[in-house]
Design a protein around this ligand. Structure first.
Ligand code: IVH
Length: 680
């Protein structure tokens, strides 16, 4: 192919992938593959400038405007950033900056001061404030004209509707909308249950959320906003003269600005920050795909200037790809605790973001069918942050001629029972809940797990062993093991000591708190938080057993879906028999979960925003252990709200309802010194 043909092909290919990625949210290639195509085109056009066309992807920024929203003309263009992939790229960037400064000033420049930030993996948003009031929010669009998504943006946490001080005139604030990892997992789990297509990654889920036509749907996506810059600023407004100062100023105006943002010196400083960002990456509640370095001095920024696409004074340093290609060797399935049969892929092992992956989820059969993934396909696998590895989709061009469409199983791969379809056909379920060995194994694993009955020494392997010998058959059989001591001792790797330890642990589990017991039963939709709410409300297992739908829905945080599930669970004869048997065997979930202290007795506390000083889980558990209630939403009953950076609608509601708001530090100050460590 001659360079002209190659450039033409690259342009078409990049455009095609842009449409798939931005407009349809169904990427076919990985981000790094896209970057490679783009870099190749940019390089070709650099060597042969005559090949550059006005409609080349290198000449435009951003995604395609969608027709459903009104257009919004940005006050200043929303540019892109040049990418650096290697240390040398960063050094070259720093050299370019220094050269530009010395050309301008005629002086040799010492180390340049850069402000460094996280590179959020989300969707950029431009917020226009007129006289301090949010007037418009718009996506980037083609960089000049974006989509007006104002009602949607108002539901995004961290988008101030009003600035903290009076700023006369027009101010554009730019930043990124992201979906937190835990929200992403929850939303995808729910979509799977409802038979809907799962989102490929939090970025697509956030982008789809911002582009909803009904802003209530945006609100359900629980999005967050982080600011990183400004566009137009009012004439005469005194803003700081450095990027770092600007970020501080934005923070004061009420915008969430990440605390990791800092000043460094030269290329070395940038690289050291990139290293730190990579370290903290998995601990952050949202995804980042790199770091951004910006010349700190804004006068210097102006003198260095822009290309048509990006500022010359800033660079994005991208992390190694979190996606990779590999061959799918086989499609297997897993039978879960509730009988859900889910497919997963056995892969030719491949390194993704530093970790070797040999298995990845395919979510469910509907999803598998939709993606048309076949054995023998080359597939894109993705491991984004802590999100479980998944198969994004096949690379159609590389499909072997022999690859046949995959057919979902009709019968349970473990017990052979005919499977039933549920949830818009998405979920295949083995209905043999009482005898299917896989379900019994998973139920026992869950029952014995840390967060439930916490039976030490009873993990996956021991359960499999005891099941295979017929010593375990169901949950009650666990409490009959004490009569089988002699037999257990003879088992492989058990011995006298481990057997006695195990039996003691099982005995101790008989008096676990009611909340742990209810969680351990593995009732659908009853996670540890709901189990705690139920235990608190009913106090005793007896009262819980005799409840009904109306009482269940009266409990704050328990919705009709969970109430129906619980009512049906309680009405089932098998479940009733199960509880009777457990009681007969001496299981006595302790009725009153006595708090270990009363620091927060009678108080209801809500945590919101990004918590940097402690984890939400630890703080909530601590509040409960001190007699308080940790709630998920703010109401008049809330005693106080603890708000970290990025707090949004809950913070607004608290202010509206005059509920006291504490910072993380103020919350910590409430605790005696010896308790502070307990929640970290
Ligand atoms: S600054 C003129 N800072 O990355 C410079 N961008 O390709 C404008 N992004 O469209 C961008 N984190 O959506 C900047 N800390 C950060 C960022 C960031 C993520 C996104 C942004 C932009 C893209 C650049």
């Amino acid at each position: 192919m001659d360079p002209q043909q190659r450039a033409e092909w690259l342009r078409q290919e990049i455009e095609r992938h842009n449409v798939l990625y931005y407009a349809r949210d169904t990427p076919e290639i990985s981000d790094s593959e896209w970057d490679t195509l783009f870099q190749e085109l940019a390089e070709l056009e650099r060597i042969h400038p005559e090949l550059k066309t006005p409609d080349s992807p290198t000449q435009r920024v951003g995604s395609l405007p969608l027709s459903n929203f009104a257009e919004h003309q940005h006050g200043t263009p929303m540019l892109s950033l040049d990418n650096a992939f290697t240390d040398d790229d960063v050094t070259a960037f720093d050299e370019r900056v220094r050269k530009s400064i010395s050309e301008e000033t005629g002086l040799l420049t010492a180390d340049v001061e850069y402000e460094v930030e996280l590179k959020f993996d989300g969707l950029s948003l431009s917020l226009t404030y007129v006289d301090g009031i949010l007037e418009t929010a718009a996506t980037r669009g083609d960089g000049n004209i974006g989509e007006n998504v104002t009602p949607n943006a108002k539901t995004v946490r961290g988008v101030p509707l009003k600035l903290a001080t009076i700023v006369k005139g027009i101010l554009e604030v730019r930043g990124e909308v992201v979906m937190f990892k835990d929200v992403f997992e929850q939303i995808n789990a729910k979509r799977l249950e409802q038979g809907l297509q799962v989102f490929a990654n939090p970025r697509n889920a956030a982008a789809g959320g911002v582009r909803q036509l009904d802003s209530r749907l945006t609100s359900e996506r629980k999005l967050n906003f982080f600011a990183y810059g400004v566009g137009v600023i009012p004439d005469g407004l005194k803003v700081p003269s450095t990027q770092m100062g600007l970020m501080e100023w934005l923070r004061e105006q009420g915008f969430p600005v990440r605390p990791e943002t800092k000043l460094v010196l030269g290329a070395e400083g940038i690289l050291s920050f990139v290293h730190d960002a990579q370290e903290m990456r998995s601990r952050l509640p949202f995804l980042i795909d790199g770091a951004v370095a910006k010349v700190d001095d804004m006068a210097v920024q102006r003198s260095i200037g822009f290309t048509s696409r990006s500022p010359r004074w800033a660079i994005a340093i991208k992390f190694p790809a979190e996606q990779a290609f590999t061959v799918l060797k086989s499609i297997e399935c897993n039978v879960g605790r509730t009988g859900a049969v889910t497919p997963y892929a056995e892969l030719e092992p491949v390194k993704v973001a530093g970790v070797t992956i040999a298995r990845a989820t395919l979510h469910n059969y509907l999803e598998l069918e939709r993606k048309d993934v076949r054995v023998g396909d080359t597939v894109i696998v993705q491991r984004a942050g802590d999100v479980i590895p998944e198969v994004v989709g096949p690379v159609r061009d590389k499909r072997p001629a022999t690859a046949m469409p995959y057919l979902a199983p009709d019968t349970c791969p473990v017990c052979g029972t005919i499977l039933v379809r549920e949830g818009g056909m998405a979920v295949l379920r083995c209905p043999n809940s009482q005898q299917c060995e896989a379900q019994i194994q998973r139920k026992l694993e869950h029952f014995a797990s840390r967060g439930a009955m916490d039976i030490d020494g009873l993990g996956e392997k021991q359960i499999a062993l005891l099941l295979s010998k017929g010593l375990l058959t169901d949950l009650p059989s666990l409490f009959r093991l004490k009569d089988k001591r002699d037999e257990i001792i003879t088992l492989e790797r058990m011995g006298q000591q481990s057997t006695d330890n195990l039996l003691t642990a099982i005995e101790a589990a008989k008096s676990r708190p009611l909340s742990k017991f209810l969680f351990g039963l593995g009732i659908r939709h009853v996670g540890d938080r709901t189990a705690t709410d139920l235990a608190r409300h009913y106090g005793t297992l007896e009262k819980f057993r005799s409840t009904n739908f109306d009482e269940l829905v009266s409990i704050p945080d328990i919705g009709p879906r969970t109430a129906v599930e619980l009512e049906e669970w309680l009405a089932s004869e098998n479940n009733s028999k199960l509880i009777d048997e457990l009681l007969a065997l001496g299981v006595r979930p302790s009725e009153n979960e006595s708090p270990s202290g009363d620091l927060f007795a009678g108080q209801t506390i809500v945590f919101t925003g990004t918590l940097n000083k402690f984890t939400r889980d630890a703080a909530e558990q601590f509040v409960q252990s001190q007699g308080g209630k940790a709630a998920g939403s703010v109401s008049k009953m809330t005693s106080f709200l603890v708000a970290g950076p990025g707090a949004g609608s809950k913070l607004e509601k608290a202010i509206q309802l005059k509920v006291p708001v504490l910072t993380e530090d103020e919350f910590l100050e409430k605790l005696p010194d010896d308790m502070v460590d307990k929640i970290k």
